[in-house]
Design a protein around this ligand. Structure first.
Ligand SMILES: [Zn+2]
Length: 164
């Protein structure tokens, strides 16, 4: 079939070819329409996916911060232990007796010392508490013994003087 032959064929079948071209146009339009719908859907999904990812990143950031806070809280209690011999805490690393109030409030290890009567007074917050239950008891017993001895002395003195 040469060019003339092809032209002859088109001329003879012009109506049918016109219909085919029209149908092709309609199909093309339909395909174009669906392609557009699908592309828009994909774009929307991408932007909603991006929003979900952003939300998840925010959640992860918040959880990271919560973990940091909780680790800090945990450290606060892991680094010290309550003394069994007084109302004080012991800093584990240095084995130092520290003020429980200062540690609890600001994690500052402020060393405290027995004032001689079993009590301590913190040099930073001025809190007074029991450094050693035993020393408090011993100091009280000493005081009682001292008072008893004074009574005894008084009694002896008064008796020896012949007043009673
Ligand atoms: Zn203190």
């Amino acid at each position: 079939m040469n060019i003339t032959g092809i032209w002859q064929f088109i001329s003879n079948n012009a109506d049918a070819i016109g219909v085919i071209i029209a149908i092709s146009g309609i199909i093309g339009g339909i395909i174009g329409f669906f392609t557009k719908v699908i592309i828009e859907h994909v774009k929307k999904k991408k932007s909603s996916d991006a929003k979900i990812i952003t939300d998840q990143q925010h959640t992860i950031e918040e959880q990271k911060n919560q973990i940091l806070t909780l680790t800090g809280e945990l450290d606060k209690y892991c680094l010290v232990q309550k003394s069994t011999v007084g109302d004080v805490w012991i800093q584990k690393k240095t084995n130092t007796i520290i003020c429980p109030i200062c540690w609890s409030n600001s994690q500052k290890p402020i060393p405290v010392f027995d004032s001689g009567d079993g009590y301590y007074t913190c040099s930073k917050c001025n809190h007074t508490g029991i450094y050693s239950y035993n020393n408090v008891n011993a100091a009280q017993k000493n005081t009682e013994r001292f008072i008893d001895a004074l009574y005894e002395q008084d009694n002896n003195y008064l008796h020896n003087d012949g007043l009673f």
